[in-house]
Each structure stands twice: as structure tokens, then as C-alpha cells.
Write a protein that binds this ligand. Structure first.
Ligand code: KIV
Ligand code: ZN
Length: 539
């Protein structure tokens, strides 16, 4: 369903756009690089592979799979995604030095369609950090883009913080990168500083004034610090950009990146005034949004455009009345357009395996017979405790089934005493490295008592950075999804769990975060990786 504004000026604009720019705009997804670099959003190897596959299947044109020099884990993820991806171009990030570019190419060379993305900060404050003069930086850009181009036919170059770079210098370096062989010039609004009109003009003027600009693609890469990333990206397209960079759910550092789902749906719903096509299958949006939220540990805010829980709900009485009379009163798009079933009530305890398998398929999960049997047992247990099992409950159930590992720690049993008469107490039994061990601890509330019990059984120095509870569906028997983020020695890990008992979900989420932290620590010790790598260090 589209909503058209039938004023003559809009119609004129639409007609002009249609004849001049009725073309497809490729999507470049950087959930696995810019999104994942957000502190606490680190994903496991298998989660990265799964998300890359979903991105490819939904029609994303270019997948930025990671930053190969950053760690052995990043390298391995980029290399494996490069080998597995069927349609999309697979891209790896590299700073402006030869070692980064060589490492990126090593990871990408197995891809059907590889791309090296190299960048350097060109604004005054970014230039100051590597302490390069304008001429030295220009020389470095020439040298590194030429090197990348000698390795790979498809090279993208970005002047980081382009929107705060002096205009003459920006033009100069963009021209150098084009002459050195970059086929895509990405113009990042690194700190989310620009505004729509400026964003459009910047691209328009670069195309008009830089020699050779008509032979390359200009891309837009916006951050959402002022809440304008979607508007700025769409404006850049109006200015001539032909690649939109974004992440699922707008995942990313600080306020995040442009959200893929917002730009795609804006182009679909307002095709009358923004007539650019995409290859994105919008019905896959909800599924990938849920997977990214679960893998990153960053839950989507309820009122988030397109994928927030409330995006298609009509809570107020007036709205409900309007929707019942005519769905177009308050809805500009249909839930089905993004893959959200209208009635997502699934089944109760009498539903069989075939129905479960078919529902899981609708939700994007193909399960084999063994996995189905396992999920079915847990589905029945949940249906016994809960009258109605919804799509979200099944997604939470499937999450618990993913990524089977040899975790060092597991919750065996938990009993808590809580209420007005303290002290709140937790009796916890855990299995640690195969041995069962128990304790009873008190705390300031049942969750605090439970976390104290975990710390007693497995002493550690991790600090709790985030504890978040979200009801998976409505009703007092709803499952709660609990997210926990822990930090220790510069490493951050998240854990999640869902259960109808919030305290049980909290204990499991905490232990899951601890397992992830232990795994991360072991991995970074064996790889010799530090806790981070600076984008500004180009030595
Ligand atoms: O925001 C930014 O400038 C980036 C670059 C590395 C392209 O993500
Ligand atoms: Zn960015």
C-alpha cells in the first residue's frame, strides 16, 4: 500500500524524478563492520556467517564483512563470508597503509566479487592525529589506492569525516582517489553532523566539479548523532549518490548508522516522490532485524521506525477505532511488507511437529529432523507454561538452540525467595568445568542475590555494564528476554536468555555473558589481539 499526496507540485516533481533518475540504488550493508565495532555489539563467528547469508538472501548488493587486520577473528569471518557469499560483493575495510590493504586482500581473494575499502580521515582534526600535512596525506591516498587497485579491480575509497573536511581539500583528494583507480567514492558523515540539504549539495557539487567524477559511483554513509541519518542518506541520493551505506536496526557506535530498513521502506512507501529502486526483499526485514538484535545484544527500541514493537500497533482508542474502520487511516504500510505476520498467534500445546516446522520456516529457520525434535520438546514445555505461543516466543526458543558450544559454565537449578519480607535469597547450583557446585547468597532483590551467587561460585572481575529485561510478548505469562553486558580488561561481551521466569532468564543471561567473555579472552590471548585497533593510526 502506498500513500500518495495528490498535489500538483508533488506530481510534477515525481514526473521529473522518474524520467531523470528512475534507477536502482545499490545497498551497502556494514552491520558486520561499522555496526559490530560498536562497544558491546561483538558477534560470534557463526552469528556473522548467518547474518551475512541473510543479507545476501535479502538482496543487499555489497556486504562489508569486517576489518581483516583488526583481529584474527575478523580476518577469519571476512575470509569465510567471502567464500560463501553467492550474489553480493564482499568488502573488507583497510586503513591507508599497505599492510592493512594486503591483509584485506588476503581475506577477500576467495570471494566471487571482492572489494577493498580503504579510507583515511581528511578533516583537520583527523589529519592532526597521524600528523600528516595535506600534501603528505594526498601522497598517501595516491599510494594506497594505487596499491589496492593493483590487487583488486573493485576499490572503494572514503575520506573519513568528509562533511567536516575543507571543500577544496575534499575535491582534491577525491580526484586523487579517482585517478588512482577507486571505482566508488564514499562520502562519510562520520560524526552525524550534516543536514539533508547540505548532504544533497555536497554530492551534487562533487559530481559537478571533480574531474572524472562522472566515471565513478558516489556513496553516502551517514551516522545518526542528530537523528538525520535516514534523511541525509535519501537527500544524498537526490544529489546523485548511487550507493547507500547502512546497517540493520541502525546498529553502530554512538547513535548508530543509517538504518537499512528505514531507507528501504521510505523508498518503497514514497516511491511517488523518490522513484529509486532497490533489490531488497522487504519481507525479510523483520527476520534479519530480530537476528541482529539477538546477536548484537542491542534490543530495538519499542518506537523505532519500521522494526520497533510498536511500529504497527495502534494503542490509543482513537487509533484503534480508525484502524478498524479503515486500515489506511493510520497505516502507511502493511506489516506483511516487512515480513511481520498480521496474526502471529502460533499454536498451543496441541500443535504438532509439522505445524511447528512450517511456522519455523515462515520465520526463516530451516530445521533438520534432529533439531526439530529438540525444539519441539522445548516448545511443548513452553506451551505447557504459557497459554499462547507467539512468533517472538519461537524466535527466542530458536536463539537458545543456536551456537551450541562447550560452555564452561551452566546454570543447573535456581530457587529464589523474594517479597516484602527480606532478605532476598538465591539457592544456585551451577556446573563449572563439568563439576556441580552450589551456594546460597542474599542480595538487594532476587536478581542481585542471584548474581551474587554466580560471583561466589565463579569469582571474576567482570563489571556489569547493562542489565535489560524485555517482555517477548504481552500478558503476565510472557517470556522475558534478559540481556546482560559485561566488561573486563577492555573486553566486552553480552549474553541473553529468555524464560517465563525473569530471574531464571537473568541467571542464564549473566552466565551466557560470562561464557562469551571467557571465550573472547581465550581467543584474543591465542591470537595476540589487543582489545582494539585505532582507525586514526595509519603508520
Ligand atoms: O563513519 C565513517 O567514516 C566510517 C569510515 C571508516 C568509512 O565508517
Ligand atoms: Zn561509519
Amino acid at each position: 500500500m502506498t500513500n500518495t499526496t495528490d498535489t500538483s507540485s508533488t506530481v510534477t516533481v515525481a514526473v521529473v524524478f522518474r524520467t531523470v533518475v528512475n534507477v536502482r540504488v545499490p545497498f551497502f550493508d556494514t552491520t558486520l563492520r561499522d555496526g559490530e565495532q560498536c562497544p558491546g555489539a561483538t558477534m560470534t563467528h557463526s552469528e556473522k556467517l548467518e547474518i551475512a547469508e541473510l543479507l545476501d538472501e535479502m538482496g543487499v548488493d555489497i556486504i562489508e564483512a569486517g576489518f581483516p587486520i583488526a583481529s584474527q577473528g575478523d580476518f577469519r569471518a571476512v575470509a569465510e563470508i567471502a567464500e560463501r557469499t553467492k550474489d553480493a560483493v564482499v568488502c573488507g575495510l583497510a586503513r591507508a597503509n599497505l599492510a592493512d590493504i594486503d591483509r584485506a586482500w588476503e581475506a577477500l581473494r576467495g570471494a566471487r566479487r571482492p572489494r577493498i575499502h580503504t579510507f583515511i580521515g581528511t578533516s583537520p582534526s583527523h589529519r592532526a592525529i597521524p600528523n600528516l600535512t595535506m600534501d603528505q596525506m594526498a601522497e598517501r591516498i595516491h599510494e594506497t589506492v594505487t596499491h589496492a587497485r593493483n590487487l583488486c579491480d573493485n576499490v572503494q575509497w572514503s575520506p573519513m569525516d568528509a562533511t567536516r573536511t575543507e571543500w577544496d581539500y575534499l575535491k582534491r583528494v577525491v580526484e586523487i582517489a579517482i585517478r588512482a583507480g577507486a571505482g566508488t567514492i564514499n562520502i562519510p558523515d562520520t560524526v552525524g553532523y550534516t543536514a539533508p540539504e547540505e548532504s544533497a549539495n555536497l554530492i551534487r557539487r562533487l559530481i559537478a566539479e571533480v574531474p572524472g567524477a562522472d566515471e565513478v559511483i558516489f556513496a553516502t554513509h551517514c551516522h545518526d548523532d542528530l537523528g538525520m541519518a535516514t534523511a541525509n542518506s535519501l537527500a544524498a541520493v537526490a544529489g546523485g549518490a548511487r550507493q547507500i551505506e547502512c546497517t540493520i536496526n541502525g546498529l553502530g557506535e554512538r547513535a548508530g548508522n543509517t538504518a537499512l530498513e528505514e531507507v528501504v521502506m521510505a523508498l518503497k512507501v514514497r516511491h511517488d516522490i523518490m522513484p529509486w529502486h532497490t533489490r531488497i526483499d522487504t519481507t525479510r526485514i523483520m527476520n534479519i532485524s530480530r537476528r541482529v538484535a539477538a546477536a548484537s545484544g542491542f534490543q530495538v527500541q519499542f518506537n523505532k521506525a519500521i522494526v520497533g514493537k510498536n511500529a504497527f500497533l495502534h494503542e490509543s482508542g482513537i487509533h484503534q477505532d480508525g484502524v478498524l474502520k479503515n486500515v489506511e487511516t493510520f497505516e502507511i504500510m502493511r506489516p506483511e511488507d516487512i515480513g511481520l505476520s498480521v496474526s502471529n498467534l502460533v499454536m498451543g500445546k496441541h500443535s504438532g511437529r509439522a505445524a511447528l516446522r512450517s511456522k519455523l520456516r515462515d520465520l526463516g529457520y530451516e530445521v533438520g529432523d534432529n533439531q526439530l525434535q529438540d525444539v519441539f520438546v522445548r516448545f511443548k514445555a513452553l506451551a505447557d507454561r504459557k497459554k499462547e505461543v507467539y512468533d517472538e516466543d519461537l524466535v527466542a526458543l530458536m536463539r537458545a538452540d543456536e551456537d551450541p558450544r562447550n560452555d564452561r559454565l551452566a546454570v543447573k537449578s535456581l530457587r529464589v525467595v523474594c517479597g516484602t519480607e527480606g532478605p532476598q535469597t538465591a539457592d544456585l547450583t551451577m556446573v563449572i568445568d563439568g563439576a556441580e557446585t552450589s551456594t546460597t547468597q542474599t542480595g538487594d532483590g532476587p536478581v542481585d542475590a542471584t548474581f551474587n551467587a554466580v560471583k561466589t561460585l565463579f569469582p571474576h572481575n567482570a563489571r556489569l555494564q547493562l542489565y535489560q529485561v524485555e517482555a517477548v510478548t504481552h500478558g503476565t505469562d510472557a517470556q522475558a528476554t534478559v540481556s546482560v553486558r559485561l566488561e573486563a580488561d577492555g573486553l566486552i561481551a553480552t549474553g541473553q536468555s529468555a524464560d517465563t521466569d525473569t530471574v531464571v532468564a537473568s541467571a542464564r543471561a549473566y552466565v551466557n555473558a560470562l561464557n562469551n567473555l571467557l571465550e573472547r579472552r581465550a581467543r584474543s590471548a591465542s591470537n595476540g589481539d589487543g582489545p582494539g585497533i585505532s582507525y586514526m593510526d595509519v603508520s
